[in-house]
Design a protein around this ligand. Structure first.
Ligand code: ATP
Ligand code: MG
Length: 498
């Protein structure tokens, strides 16, 4: 019998977009296949078709010789297919065990929930994967990483033959990524078929066997990971070589006066934060996920209360009480979590981009639709946002393209910014656009802005910043500059200090 998952001639259109066109490939048992491609290439759409969330316009999916026809996500689950998305699909108030055994909880003789047995069965699964999770705690009390592990165990428990991951590592620390990869290897040894989507190419080489590259909804390459180089991958994804990412950046060489000076800042989450940002300087904040970098930014921006210390802008103490005060003083913050803090998903690209400058776009009565369209179009061009037009709802954009809309909002021509704070700006962004974002950050510095660049990806924080501040556990544990030639190892060592 045929033992693989097969996509044959899959096609899918949305209004104005051919998201997938004639996609055909196979995933063998015991193999991990990477789905790679630029933002908007069609990766998530393909997974959504496979999980019964969307219906294909054309084509078939066959599992072990049997054609799959899904009308709902439940049909896919029953057929042995699980997709693990970044947005968790667990119920936070229920325990780990109840999430892993939904609807099929073990009952005792008189029909009541058999808690000891539920706990035992869950513990067996947890042990099998060598994890340390307490089956009885509510899922909502676990870290994002552990929630993801609970989802994997849940998929495993449902006897899923196919398990797909859509950008699973974005919220994870390095240690957690190692645990995830060990889980994936275990699933692979058991003969599962695994699909893996990520923009981090080093992960592709660590954990996958084969690679399918999508570009604008077309399949452009099917490769064996062992026979491929990073340069090959970038070439087939982007359609051109992008050269050495960091050495080819055109940087600012004139760093000016102190713009922002933070002294002994404390908020409920961080303490004793002191650093300076000069005109034309890029200050990077490195550290492990959870080190407190976003919290420092929130404190500076007036989004979290300042308990002690001071924030000086051009020599004057400002200590902003609200983000509005910070914005009025010329500070822009691109937040890390686009859904919670940035983007209005049910609104168009145009409305999202013009949100911070809306009063500049209108006189007392009339808005200026032409100017509004121009600044939206500028953002679409600058970040190559993949969309038929500026009216498209952000909800309908791919993940990476939503991130680009946020960047477009804070870098629009009408926003007068002296200090730009970018918190994980390249999360979910494809390699080609990442390069453009790095150059843009350098260009802002050239214009005399001070830029704060927060990132958990060591290579980019080292490659882009003039000064690198390293944090751990809510305080600064080290500072280094580009002149010191920092390496990933040297920065990581500081990130582990107490
Ligand atoms: N519900 C929808 N309505 C309209 N268009 C959509 C919808 N979902 C996706 N699209 C479009 O389909 C195309 C493919 O999107 P998809 O989310 O599959 O990309 P992706 O490869 O996952 O990108 P990313 O790396 O940014 O996550 C994009 O042009 C997107 O705007
Ligand atoms: Mg996607």
């Amino acid at each position: 019998m045929e033992q693989f998952l097969e996509f044959a001639g899959i096609g899918k259109s949305f209004p104005g977009v051919r998201a997938l066109n004639d996609i055909s490939f196979r995933v063998q048992r015991g193999k991990v296949l990477a789905l790679l491609g630029e933002n908007g290439a069609g990766k998530s759409t393909l997974l959504k078709i496979m999980s019964g969330d969307l219906k294909a316009d054309e084509g078939t999916i066959t599992l072990d010789g049997k054609e799959m026809n899904f009308n709902s996500p439940n049909d896919a689950i029953k057929a042995g297919i699980s997709v693990i998305y970044q947005e968790r699909q667990l119920i936070p108030s229920l325990s780990v065990a109840e999430n892993i055994f939904p609807g099929e909880l073990p009952r005792n003789k008189i029909g009541l929930l058999d808690r000891p047995q539920l706990k035992r069965q869950t513990q067996e699964l947890i042990d099998k994967f060598g994890l340390s999770i307490d089956p009885s705690v509510p899922v909502g009390s676990l870290s994002v990483a552990y929630q993801q592990m609970v989802e994997i165990i849940k998929a495993y428990r449902r006897n899923s033959d196919v398990i797909a991951f859509d950008e699973p590592t974005a919220p994870l620390t390095d240690t957690e990524i190692t645990i995830l990869f060990n889980l994936i290897r275990q699933l692979k040894e058991e003969g599962k078929m695994i699909l893996y989507v990520s923009h981090r190419l080093n992960e592709i080489f660590q954990v996958t066997d084969e690679i399918v590259v999508l570009k604008d909804g077309q399949l452009v390459a099917t490769l064996k990971t062992a026979e491929t180089t990073e340069a090959d991958l970038i070439h087939s994804m982007v359609g051109r070589d992008i050269g050495d990412t960091y050495s080819s950046l055109s940087r600012n060489d004139k760093i000016g006066d102190v713009l922002l000076e933070v002294t002994n800042l404390a908020t409920p989450y961080v303490s004793d934060i002191s650093f300076k940002l000069h005109k034309g300087e890029i200050v990077g904040f490195a550290g492990l996920v959870g080190a407190g970098r976003s919290e420092v930014m929130r404190g500076i921006f007036g989004a979290d209360p300042v308990l002690a210390g001071e924030v000086k802008l051009n020599g004057e103490i400002v200590n902003f009480k609200s983000p509005k005060d910070a914005i009025d003083a010329g500070i822009a913050l691109c937040p890390e979590d686009r859904k919670e803090q940035g983007l209005v998903l049910f609104s168009s690209i145009k409305n999202n981009v013009s949100a911070p400058v809306i009063d500049k776009l209108s006189n007392s009565i009339f808005r200026n639709p032409k100017l509004e369209e121009e600044i939206a179009q500028a953002a679409i061009d600058k970040f190559s946002i993949k969309t038929p037009n500026s009216e498209k709802m952000c909800l309908e954009l791919s993940g990476g393209n939503q991130q680009k809309v946020i960047l477009g909002r804070w870098t629009s021509p009408l926003v007068t910014t002296n200090i730009l704070i970018l918190d994980e700006p390249t999360k979910g962004i494809d390699v080609g656009t990442k390069q453009e974002i790095y150059q843009m950050v350098c260009d802002f510095a050239k214009q005399g802005m001070g830029v704060i660049f927060v990132s958990s990806e060591m290579p980019e924080v080292i490659g882009v910043s003039d000064t690198i501040i390293v944090m751990h556990n809510g305080h600064i544990t080290g500072t280094t500059t580009r002149a010191d030639n920092p390496t990933e190892e040297s920065v990581l060592a500081m990130a582990m200090l107490d």
